[in-house]
Design a protein around this ligand. Structure first.
Ligand SMILES: Cc1cc2nc3c(=O)[nH]c(=O)nc-3n(C[C@H](O)[C@H](O)[C@H](O)COP(=O)(O)O)c2cc1C
Length: 436
């Protein structure tokens, strides 16, 4: 085992508060309330005890809407992320606080103001996870006549971020406010920004796109990229691809951190961990969720199907009303083929197939084997760190912090104390250059 010098090649860790629904706060008997502050506080304090870089609050503006109305009462309840983090800033001292906000439906002035305020309240710990939703039901929430043209998602996001930076930089580092003006295709705004320059200058920007446009945007503008590439080979390829794009923007490989999302299930033995993972899978994928997951792939009403029966034998319906506006990261026909193969190989029902498919990204094992895998991903250039999705929330992170973090620290793969006070310093990012 090689022990690294502190800070060199160490991984970054974040914890995700995934919102509500299947894989989330409400699932399982040991889960806490999805809306009470005590749940958020417990998770944030545990992550800070574990010296994590940041806590990340996911966001989806529609409430699990499907066909007509909210499909599952379990999914009701998504508190607004920046508000949650403003409150957490008061009960934490070092951990970074990252909120998801949608560039497709928000506006630069209001958003820049909220994040600058969070950066002030937290003493320089704010991050904006910028998403560019193309979901039709999100659009309905905002009465903008449906979803943003998918081709406009990233152009609008790029203009949005330019505008936010212009606003943050409209105050000089020594506290003088100057008028701003942003004239573009999506935004045409001018005036004076209401919040003085915040401790980080600009909050950290996180992005999670996987498409060609998403990768390019991340390389040009983001500080952190979240990804679903979880195998060593896929992680290495993604890492090399995105980092390879940085030079043309005058950026160095260390200026952008790549962090795959991963669910971790721990046990004293490998068998016990697998057993726990199976229980979690059944808690997260109810019979109703299984049919819903299938409908999202097949794009058609499958409510008459038995969750304990076989998968549909026809192919997904292309461009159906059900699929409209959904952000797709994979071709539904290919996903359906994969799911059918899984079902055939294991003799699995619809529900068992969904459990098996959604558990594929989990890292299941003993604390030692999990620490080995996480460390090897970083050493082999497949990741700079990880966003953990614990189960249940808020208690599911305790075991990782108590049992895996010390193993990572022992081998020099993770910090033993916070060296600085801002999120930029935890992530090893430089100060942003003031462009006012
Ligand atoms: C770890 C991770 C977390 C994500 N969290 C959110 C989220 O909270 N809200 C959201 O709307 N999208 C979220 N996404 C989706 C991405 O923002 C993005 O829409 C998706 O990766 C597709 O982007 P692309 O069209 O560029 O491939 C997340 C993605 C990843 C990998």
């Amino acid at each position: 085992m090689t022990v690294r010098a502190p800070g060199r090649g160490q991984m970054h860790l974040a914890v995700c508060l995934p919102g509500v629904g299947g894989a989330a706060v409400g699932a399982g008997p040991r889960a806490g309330s999805p809306v009470e502050f005590s749940s958020f506080e417990r998770l944030a304090r545990t992550a800070e005890r574990g010296l994590f870089d940041f806590l990340f609050v996911a966001e989806g503006l529609p409430l699990g809407e499907h066909v007509e109305g909210v499909h599952d009462p379990d999914e009701a309840g998504r508190p607004e992320p920046v508000t949650v983090l403003d409150a957490l800033a008061a009960v934490t001292e070092r951990i970074g606080l990252a909120a998801t906000a949608d560039a497709a439906f928000d506006e630069p002035y209001g958003l820049a103001r909220r994040f600058a305020t969070l950066d002030h309240l937290s003493g320089g710990r704010a991050a904006w996870h910028m998403v560019t939703s193309a979901d039709a039901s999100t659009g309905e929430n905002f009465r903008r006549g449906g979803c943003l043209d998918p081709a406009e998602r990233y152009p609008r996001a790029a203009e949005f971020l330019d505008a936010a930076r212009e606003l943050w930089d409209s105050w000089t580092p020594d506290g003088v406010s100057r008028p701003f003006s942003c004239r573009g295709r999506h935004f045409d705004i001018a005036g004076e920004f209401g919040v003085p320059r915040s401790p980080q200058g600009r909050p950290v920007v996180i992005q999670a796109g996987d498409s060609e446009q998403g990768r390019e945007f991340a390389a040009s503008a983001a500080d952190v990229v979240l990804t679903r590439h979880r195998s060593l080979d896929a992680g290495r390829a993604f890492h090399a691809d995105v980092k390879g794009r940085l030079a043309k923007y005058g950026r160095a490989p260390g200026d952008l951190k790549i962090m795959p999302g991963v669910t971790i299930v721990l046990g004293d033995t490998a068998a016990e961990a697998r057993e726990k993972a199976a229980v979690i899978g059944r808690q997260q994928v109810s019979p109703q969720h299984a049919i819903l997951a299938l409908e999202r792939i097949w794009g058609t009403d499958l409510s008459s199907y038995d969750p304990d029966g076989p998968l549909p034998d026809f192919d997904p319906v292309p461009a159906s009303v059900l699929a409209q506006g959904q952000v797709r990261t994979a071709d539904p026909v290919k996903v359906a083929e994969r799911w059918r193969a899984l079902s055939r190989a294991g003799g699995l029902s619809i529900r068992q197939t969904v459990i098996e498919a959604s558990g594929r990204d989990s890292l299941v094992g003993t604390p030692q084997s999990v620490a080995d895998v996480l460390d090897s991903f970083v050493r082999e250039g497949a990741a700079d760190g990880f966003v953990l999705v614990p189960h249940p929330i808020p208690g599911g992170l305790d075991e990782f912090v108590d049992r895996v973090v010390p193993l990572l620290q022992e081998r020099g793969a993770f910090r033993t104390r916070y060296a600085g006070t801002t999120l930029r310093s935890h992530l090893g990012l430089g100060e942003p250059v003031w462009t006012g």
